[in-house]
Design a protein around this ligand. Structure first.
Ligand code: F6R
Length: 597
């Protein structure tokens, strides 16, 4: 979703923030803009464009931004309030043109605040909620407040989950406030020479891997050095410098055409890293599950399907009932919660607004929250009682792949630990990870590409599975929808005959996960029912079957079958997208870090 990249320092600021924005492109956006402070007296040069950053030449930028600048703020916008237009693109300025603001998130009470500002004579040029922020700051400075105090006061008036960065041309100061949406400072050892602020460390990782986290309810003023304050009390807050262990190379394509295929291939290593959990940590989390009176696995989208797989894994391996709940629905379950309940929140980004809200609901009922995360230092990590990591490394493609299989691996391990069989789980998963390593070879990819050529013009693809692989049927559909823009639906295989079978026509593709487990015989019967109605059967199975029209072989991975089964689908979705001329890294309308409800 929206990205922020801001810089103050000795370098040419526009190039720094522009490079930062390019690093944030993966989050998904519709338009982008930069405001740079330059000239004498200092004034803002502003550039706003609809579309992608790559479509604009350096020469155009040089013409638009007059003169060298050492302070700049930049933004990629994923439209919420107001259409995708240059007027609605950030940065937004106040009436005097002296205050520029970029903003992530949503101001819930913007209508009433805008009304007040209109009554005081402020003029607006966009439909965004963001534009009220520079005007509020302008009004407060007009009443005699200093810039930092005005930023603090303005932040206090905003309701909802958001964060913003503001620059004041009159003093050359830059300030940022956080209320629910992440902002991170990039610093050097001496916390002086140059400072970066971004919604995501990737924006400045090539300059520094030392960061200071702005927490919720805090602001920072960059005035030679970074000074942090509590928004509530105005008191200065002490921050430590944290070193991030992702290196800049981890967020490059490294020879691959797209991040998506790079990240799919990285599963050769990421699964081993995910399994390599500290035994004591996994055992502690397993103990929490055992002691809880009701465990809820909570996530969104693909992570939500991982949660659902967790329900099956715990039933089968640990003989324990756990609940999986889609995060946006979690509040409706709060009536069951007690201080003995446990929430295990699962998220790649650790920033998903729906999950954060679910955590808040859980906390309000004294529920213990443990998060399974991929991004160290994320908001979820900071809001949870405890956390453990999947260690998949930076995931840049909007479409989740390596983080998903890493989450599945850790949940499988947790189910085994809860059953008191952690080492058995490790052995099973090591085997599965080894098999994935063997699977991810050019010949296998070519075999899947051949299938992709057969499917590129299909309007619908159905996916069926049972047991552990029912949630994977749902996940496979998400992969096909978002990557290839093909309508796809996943079903519990037994459900087809209760309605959806009516949609099967001659040649309708149906992907079937036929694992070598207790579901196999019933799966084969369901597949036959589809075949009898003309369905084109793509079997994902360790063994071929005469009912399959196309067989994608997967290793026989036992309880780890969801992990090995989803991988050919990831590759298939990637190749269909490329063959259809789509950019698999940036699905339309979607964003990587979904920071709005
Ligand atoms: C689909 C996908 C999304 C995410 C969902 C949650 O490929 O990536 O469905 O799984 O938006 O995101 P996180 O895991 O960051 O909470």
């Amino acid at each position: 979703m929206c990205g922020i990249s801001a810089y103050i320092g000795k370098k040419e600021a526009v190039s720094v923030v522009l490079e930062g924005l390019k690093k944030l492109e993966y989050r998904g956006y519709d338009s982008w803009g930069i405001a740079a402070l330059n000239g004498e007296p200092a004034a803002f040069s502003v550039v706003k464009r609809v579309g992608k950053i790559g479509e604009v030449s350096g020469d155009y930028l040089k013409k638009a931004i007059k003169g060298e600048s050492h302070i700049a703020i930049a933004h990629t916008r994923w439209a919420t309030h107001g259409g995708v237009t240059e007027e609605n693109t950030h940065p937004h300025l106040d009436c005097s043109g002296k205050i520029a603001v970029v903003h992530n998130g949503i101001v819930d009470n913007y209508q009433e605040l805008k009304q007040e500002l209109l009554e005081r004579g402020h003029k607006f040029s966009s439909q965004t909620d963001t534009e009220i922020i520079p005007h509020i700051i302008e009004g407060l400075i007009g009443e005699g407040l200093e810039f930092a105090a005005a930023v603090r006061e303005a932040a206090g008036r905003l309701k909802g989950r958001s964060a913003f960065v503001a620059v004041f041309a009159a003093t050359g100061q830059l300030a940022a406030a956080r209320k629910g949406t992440p902002l991170i400072l990039g610093v050097h050892e001496d916390n002086s020479d140059e400072l970066f602020i971004a919604s995501d460390v990737t924006a400045f990782l090539e300059h520094t891997n030392k960061v200071m986290y702005l927490d919720d309810g805090e602001m920072v003023l960059l005035n030679g050095r970074a000074m942090f304050f509590s928004l509530e009390t105005g008191k200065e807050v002490w921050k430590r410098v944290v070193e991030i262990h992702w290196h800049a190379g981890a967020i490059e394509k490294e020879g691959y055409d797209h991040f998506l295929i790079k990240e799919i291939m990285e599963q050769k290593d990421t699964l081993f890293r995910a399994i390599n959990q500290d035994d004591a940590k996994i055992t502690t989390v397993a103990e929490s599950v055992k002691n809880a009176f009701g465990t809820f696995f909570v996530g969104c989208g693909t992570a939500g399907k991982v949660c659902m797989t967790g329900e099956y894994l715990f039933s089968k391996i640990a003989e324990r009932h756990v609940n999986s709940v889609v995060a946006s629905e979690f509040a409706n379950y709060q009536h069951y919660l007690t201080p003995k309940s446990l929430m295990i929140a699962i998220s790649q980004s650790g920033e998903t607004a729906d999950v954060l809200e679910a955590i808040e609901v859980a906390k309000s009922r004294q529920v213990k929250v443990i998060s399974l995360l991929n991004v160290f230092g994320s908001t979820m990590m900071r809001k949870s009682d405890d956390f453990f990591m999947v260690n998949a490394g930076a995931e840049r493609a909007v479409v989740s792949t390596k983080a998903t299989t890493a989450q599945l691996a850790v949940l499988t391990l947790l189910a085994y630990a809860t059953a008191g069989k952690l080492q058995d789980g490790k052995l099973l998963l090591m085997d599965a990870a080894g098999s994935v390593n063997d699977m991810l070879n050019p010949r296998y990819e070519e075999h899947i590409k051949k299938l992709a050529r057969l499917l590129i013009n299909k309007q619908n693809i159905f996916v069926i599975g049972r047991g552990l692989n029912y949630p994977m049927a749902l996940e496979a559909s998400i992969k096909l929808q978002e990557t290839c823009y093909i309508h796809s639906q996943g079903f519990a295989a037994g459900e087809l005959k209760h309605g959806p079978l009516a949609l099967i026509e001659e040649g309708t593709p149906c992907i079937a996960f036929v694992a070598n487990d207790e579901t196999k015989a019933d799966m084969v019967s369901n597949v036959m029912e589809v075949k009898a109605r003309g369905g084109y059967i793509i079997g994902i199975a360790p063994e071929n079957n005469e009912v399959f029209d196309y067989w994608l072989k997967v290793p026989d991975a036992g309880d780890a079958s969801p992990i090995v089964n989803i991988i050919p689908i990831q590759i298939l979705a990637y190749h269909i997208a490329v063959l259809r001329g789509l950019n698999p890294d940036f699905p339309r309308n979607l964003a990587k870090s979904v920071t709005v409800k």
